[in-house]
Design a protein around this ligand. Structure first.
Ligand code: VGL
Ligand code: ZN
Length: 201
């Protein structure tokens, strides 16, 4: 069983959103098209309460993109994004989600961020995604979505660690920075994952 995980294809990560990934919209037609190659499609959704401590706005005097120590974990402070129930948290209307069988929400605990679709950044709580995939007999996991060097990367690294054969679809993601993208791909290889392009599916 091969599963596609569509990571955070939400308005706030797209051009016009509060934490926009440059050219993030370019991947949407591709993500729609490649779903046919998979037995199972699931999605993750960044889903923060307004008082989430990854938001710079909840730290008086701090600016977005500053880095702080949050309960022992290094935390980039972000602009407010993907607030529960707001338009920025919705999937892009251009994303064809008809085949998405389950959606795993993350980042709901105000005190800790969650880049991976499997666990929070402290690895304290699981979203259930790993057990869900196992329960469906999935052995291979393919990643696409946004942002390449944050949520797509960390979801891929956890998939590797959980023992899934893991493929990072390098043309079906976009990054916040070029350097971040390069380092993300290096980490995937180093940890035993695979880089793949959609035309190889
Ligand atoms: C993400 C930063 C903060 C992502 C989510 O989806 O890559 N990045 N929250
Ligand atoms: Zn977030």
């Amino acid at each position: 069983m091969k599963a596609l995980i569509v990571v955070d294809l939400q308005n706030d990560f797209l051009p016009g959103g509060s934490l926009a990934v440059p050219r993030g919209d370019e991947i949407i037609p591709l993500v729609n098209k490649i779903q046919d190659n998979f037995d199972l499609v699931v999605a993750t959704q960044d889903w923060h309460p307004k008082n989430h401590l990854s938001f710079a706005s909840n730290h008086p005097g701090k600016q977005p993109f500053e880095v702080i120590n949050l309960n022992g974990i290094e935390q980039v402070l972000w602009p407010d994004h993907c607030v529960q129930g707001e338009k920025g948290a919705l999937f892009s209307r251009n994303f064809d989600d008809r085949r998405v069988e389950a959606i795993f929400r993350k980042g709901t605990d105000p005190s800790i961020d969650s880049y991976s679709g499997f666990f929070d950044n402290g690895r304290k709580k699981s979203t259930g995604l790993g057990d869900y995939l196992r329960g469906r007999g999935v052995r291979q996991v393919y990643l696409c979505g946004l942002a390449a060097e944050f949520c797509v990367l960390y979801t891929a690294l956890d998939a590797i660690e959980l023992g899934f054969e893991t493929y990072y679809l390098e043309d079906a993601t976009r990054s916040l920075s070029q350097e971040g993208f390069k380092q993300a791909k290096e980490q995937i290889i180093q940890r035993g994952g695979h880089l793949i392009r959609s035309e190889e599916l």
